[in-house]
Design a protein around this ligand. Structure first.
Ligand code: ATP
Length: 324
């Protein structure tokens, strides 16, 4: 990120002379760089000696994500941003394989042109500027075989961020957040190895934010934050809230494993304690989702009394009466 923008976003308003000194540039060069920031879409208060970034609702740009962000690390590493990307996961994975990105590096955009879900499914994002898609590069202190638990932390964090915005968001195991039974968020985590072979996880989260209609195939299955709260929502604040909750959720997982995250997770879950249909490649069965074990697998009590362990990679879970 531009060093001038970073100073203004992290440290707030500054005197021109201090900025010139900190950046080692002339007053004229400062003017040129301020003009470049305005051209990118930033609104600056630059009267006389004092310069500040003026907060703008829903202007999804890196400087505004940093301005007022309360996360200590997430969103403060590298930031990859473009109004549109093919897929934030794809972009962040490529960057992570090419160079050693710090924990909490972020890719985000206002529209994905080739969004991906699990099992080669497509994440639809047809209208520019209506959604928020972000991917985080994480290096959690979890054993490699438990890195997939990050998806559960992301679902909780996304639900909490939507709740902060006024929605009654719930988690559908393992990777969706729903509002009133319709999907508002999809999550995809992918394992990647950095240039020195260290495992990292890239977790992508796609929020439907300001859509007012969905394509025919999704019309009875999808919703947006705006449809849920009845007014447009601020994608910048939503992203900040997600980063803040995610940092907390991952720290909780690292400190105490899934049992430490479970009370908050269970309180928002539509799957735990519900009768569900488990749809696998080979078979479909019905049962009550009694619990989740320490590996994040769902323990489903079947109608014949047997307890079956369901792994997230293999199946789709539905309510017995519909999507949830
Ligand atoms: P499901 O949600 O059907 O149980 P899943 O959780 O495995 O499956 P994902 O991989 O998270 O699904 O997401 C892809 C699926 O989400 C698509 O097959 C489509 O049904 C649905 N979908 C795609 N785009 C959107 C969107 N913008 N909003 C809500 N749902 C979407």
């Amino acid at each position: 990120m531009d060093s001038l923008l970073r100073l203004l976003a992290i440290h707030g308003g500054q005197r021109r002379t201090d900025l010139c000194r900190a950046l080692g540039i002339t007053a004229q060069a400062l003017e040129t760089r301020l003009a470049a920031l305005r051209a990118e879409g930033y609104v600056l208060d630059a009267e006389a000696e004092h310069i500040a970034l003026r907060p703008q609702a829903d202007v999804l740009l890196p400087g505004y994500v940093l301005l007022g962000l309360h996360a200590a690390h997430y969103g403060r590493g590298e930031m990859l941003y473009a109004p549109e990307m093919d897929s934030t996961n794809t972009q962040l994975k490529q960057a992570a394989m090419a160079r050693a990105l710090p924990d909490g590096s972020l890719a985000f955009c206002g529209r994905q042109t080739a969004g991906r879900g699990r099992m080669q499914r497509v994440w639809e994002d047809p209208q520019a500027g209506q959604s928020l898609t972000c991917s985080l590069l994480l290096r959690p202190t979890l054993p490699q075989e438990r890195l997939h638990l990050i998806t559960l932390a992301a679902a909780l964090a996304a639900a909490q961020a939507l709740m902060d915005a006024g929605a009654d968001a719930r988690i559908k195991w393992p990777n969706d957040v729903v509002i009133a039974g319709r999907k508002c968020v999809g999550i995809l985590s992918e394992l990647v190895f950095d240039p020195v072979g260290a495992p990292c996880i890239v977790t992508g989260t796609g929020f439907n934010v300001n859509q007012t209609v969905f394509a025919h195939e999704l019309a009875d299955k999808a919703t947006s934050l705006r449809l849920s709260i009845g007014r447009p929502a601020d994608r910048v604040r939503l992203l900040q809230a997600y980063l803040e909750h995610m940092e907390h959720a991952v720290a909780t997982l690292e400190a105490g494993g899934l049992p430490a995250l479970l009370p908050a997770y269970r309180a928002r879950s539509v799957t735990l304690d519900a009768r569900v249909q488990v749809i696998g490649a080979a078979e479909t069965f019905v049962g009550v989702a009694e619990a989740m074990d320490e590996e994040g697998a769902l323990l489903v009590r079947c109608e014949d009394g047997a307890l079956r362990r369901v792994l997230s990679g293999d199946v789709s879970v539905r309510g017995v009466m519909g999507y949830v």
